[in-house]
Design a protein around this ligand. Structure first.
Ligand SMILES: [Mg+2]
Length: 189
């Protein structure tokens, strides 16, 4: 089978990692339960930042957000390794931009994710992921972001799953909350 995965906030806990970085950089101590209630992807509001300031904060912190110690979600690494060992094809499709694509690939490898160089795609807009997903004829695709998932409704034969996050609970896709449940969630489809 062909499995496709978004990376940020699907396989790795990037926004929460960034939330901790913001606390440190801004000298604040906003509790993480505020983070877990956010109803949008962006994380700057609890820090009192406007959208523009938040965008600047995100961009200026990107090096630290992307390449330090962002943890995978529980069981993500183990589950992908199992799929790889079972002979499935694993594709990564991230909208991280071109400047970060190759470094992100190497970072994932260093973290132990099973990455084949020609199974890694980056630098597309959210609404362009659908083209790659269709070209690859994926059996399964996983993402967290409403702007991506909404482009994948009734598109081809790929079964699309939403990785559960506070900002995507309104979406009606089969939902994965813990990567350890992957086999069970798939077999329910
Ligand atoms: Mg994502």
């Amino acid at each position: 089978m062909k499995f496709g995965f978004d990376i940020d906030d699907t396989l790795i806990n990037l926004r929460e990692h960034a939330f901790h970085i913001y606390n440190k950089k801004l000298g604040k101590n906003i509790p993480v339960d505020i983070f877990h209630k956010l109803d949008r992807v962006e994380i700057h509001e609890p820090f009192g930042l406007t959208d523009e300031e938040g965008s600047t904060m995100w961009t200026s912190s990107l090096e630290e957000i992307y390449y330090t110690s962002c943890p995978p979600f529980p069981n993500a690494l183990e589950t992908l390794r199992e799929l790889d060992e079972e002979g499935h094809d694993i594709f990564y499709i991230t909208s991280r931009n071109k400047a970060h694509g190759e470094r992100t690939k190497e970072w994932l490898k260093r973290r132990g994710f099973p990455v084949k160089d020609d199974h890694f795609f980056y630098g597309m807009r959210d609404d362009e992921k659908v083209e790659i997903i269709q070209q690859l004829q994926l059996d399964y695709y996983f993402d967290d972001k409403p702007d991506v998932l909404n482009t994948l409704v009734d598109k081809g034969n790929t079964v699309v799953f939403v990785k559960d996050q506070s900002y995507n609970r309104h979406l009606d896709f089969p939902r994965i909350t813990d990567w350890g449940d992957l086999q069970r969630v798939i077999s329910n489809q």
